[in-house]
Design a protein. Structure first.
Length: 166
């Protein structure tokens, strides 16, 4: 943990990649930030965006559900059904490629422990890819706002400042 932010560290040969996930306070915006801490060469990072559209502690059954996935500047817009609030998957530095493939029957162990439905289907909405040199970062932003800040470093610094004030 880094304050209230979880940090995962992945060792890939001689490379060290960190991942942080955090939300922007007061907004429906989540940041997923990857940083190539060290490596002897650049690397290509590809991130699959698996999504659903349901309330907390609920599950999605794909059935014949076809979510609309559209290209937008810097990423993708996903609209679950007519009248649904669209959400955006964006990155200032990655290339987004839309897709539409259901990944079925994900096991949800924590929901099972709560006595709730413990399997769900997730939609592979698209893939983000970028080349990272040592020291570079890549941020994927998920938001209901069409124009959230895509500056992951600034969002992380603001999150740290807020945590130290609490």
């Amino acid at each position: 943990m880094e304050g209230s932010i979880p940090v995962w560290t992945f060792a890939l040969a001689d490379a060290l990649l960190e991942k942080r996930v955090f939300m922007q306070p007061g907004a429906n915006t989540t940041y997923v930030m990857y940083r190539l801490v060290r490596a002897s060469a650049s690397m290509e990072l590809s991130i699959k965006a698996l999504v659903n559209y349901c309330e907390e502690h609920r599950t999605t059954a794909a059935g014949n559900l076809h979510m609309d996935i559209a290209r937008v500047d810097h990423g993708l817009r996903v609209t679950a059904f007519a009248g649904a609030v669209p959400f955006y998957l964006l990155s200032a530095s990655a290339t987004a490629r839309p897709d539409h493939e259901w990944y079925r029957d994900f096991d949800l162990a924590t929901e099972r422990a709560r006595g709730l439905c413990d399997h769900t289907d997730l939609l592979f909405a698209g893939e983000f890819s970028a080349a990272l040199a040592p020291g570079d970062s890549l941020t994927i932003v998920a938001s209901t706002s069409a124009a959230p800040s895509m500056n992951g470093e600034a969002a992380l610094a603001a999150r740290h400042r807020r945590w130290t004030l609490c």
